[in-house]
Design a protein around this ligand. Structure first.
Ligand code: FAD
Length: 141
């Protein structure tokens, strides 16, 4: 079956509350599991950076639902590609808390203190997300 990976970034709105992260992850883990969509969500107090992997139809369906969510704005797709295998198959939606290690990864990948994912291209965003994935796996051990 043809698989795709979509990476997008977005900005929180005034409607977003910190508790929404838990609500979003709960919905994501139920809905994504039902469609066998896997991925990773990262959040740095202002921006989201998320990737979704699955069949094109399923990824597009979930993305269109996410894009209209009032808790964030300016969703911008920064990467969309066909893939031969999943890189984020451990989670229906993995998440790394906004810790020092996450901030360090943002800095390593951008060399900018105030991380702004809108300036990243798809390749660099994927490289960052892969490092976040590895960090989550290290933390899980
Ligand atoms: P519902 O029963 O509609 O809602 C589930 C919970 O979310 C409820 O507690 C509800 O109160 C709350 N909720 C829903 N919409 C809002 C809103 N606009 N404002 C405040 N609370 C709300 N969904 C996925 O399925 N997969 C994802 O990977 C995913 N990633 C997301 C990433 C981001 C950055 C954001 C902002 C949202 C994401 N969502 C994701 C959530 C998605 O936008 C929808 O809210 C969700 O899919 C609705 O699921 P539902 O219809 O099953 O649940």
């Amino acid at each position: 079956m043809d698989l795709v990976r979509l990476i997008y970034t977005s900005t929180i709105t005034e409607q977003f509350e910190v508790e929404d992260i838990a609500r979003i992850l709960k919905s994501a883990r139920v809905n994504n599991k039902a469609l066998n969509v896997t991925g990773l969500l990262s959040f740095n107090r202002q921006f989201f950076l998320q990737c979704l992997e699955g069949t094109r139809q399923d990824v597009n369906q979930i993305y269109h639902k996410i894009a209209t969510d009032s808790r964030h704005k300016k969703p911008e797709i920064i990467g969309y590609q066909e893939i031969s295998h999943r890189e984020f198959d451990s989670w229906n939606m993995g998440y790394l808390q906004n810790t020092e290690s996450l901030r360090e990864l943002f800095y390593q990948h951008t060399r900018i203190i105030n991380f702004d994912p809108y300036n990243m291209n798809g390749e660099r965003a994927l490289s960052l997300l892969l490092d976040i994935r590895d960090e989550i796996k290290r933390a899980e051990v």
